[in-house]
Design a protein around this ligand. Structure first.
Ligand SMILES: [Zn+2]
Length: 183
């Protein structure tokens, strides 16, 4: 299962760092993948270890729904429910190159702002975590961030990847939604 581990020390180190962060669940290793809460900007962290890919994302609630408070009954509530449902479908967030044969095995979404909880300054994030299993992980080359489709308010997605080929970062925009893995 961990065929990279014995041969690639860099991978061991980066995967352990990223995996440890993702393992903290709710906290999501805030220091490692922090960036300021900036409206329009979503942060994604990916950790690739063996056939498993873990993805964590953090988005200002404003950038997904247009407000950072509990939704009002009616249209706002319906739209918020729909958004959470969409976020629970991994394919509406990210699509891997088909050759890698990655399938989502779990997804979880945390949106405290929808219950009226906010952070200091009145801001609040929506966070989500996904786990994928890739039958042909050696073929994993690229991914397309489909999250942009969920909200026009997202202008940028900052992606950090830790995997067998080390760490990399990409900045994605509405007109550039794909990033390479391991380059
Ligand atoms: Zn905010």
């Amino acid at each position: 299962m961990h065929r990279f581990l014995s041969t690639d020390r860099l991978f061991k180190r980066t995967a352990r760092q990223a995996g440890a962060c993702l393992g903290l669940v709710a906290g999501l290793c805030a220091s490692a993948w922090a960036g300021p809460h900036e409206h329009g900007v979503v942060h994604m962290t990916l950790a690739i270890e063996g056939p498993i890919v873990q993805l964590a994302l953090r988005a200002p609630q404003e950038s997904l729904l247009g407000y950072e408070r509990a939704p009002r009954e009616g249209t706002e509530k319906q739209q918020a429910d729909k958004l959470i449902e969409q976020l629970r479908v991994a394919e509406s967030v990210i699509q891997w190159n088909a050759q890698a044969q990655c399938k989502a095995s779990s997804a979880s979404v945390s949106a405290p702002g929808l219950q009226g909880k906010t952070q200091a300054g009145g801001h609040v994030d929506i966070e989500a975590q996904y786990r994928f299993e890739c039958a042909q992980v050696a073929q994993l080359r690229s991914a397309q961030v489909s999250l942009f489709e969920l909200s026009r308010r997202i202008s940028r997605v900052q992606v950090q990847v830790a995997g067998p080929q080390g760490q990399s970062q990409s900045t994605l925009r509405r007109n550039r939604r794909e990033f390479q893995i391991g380059k």
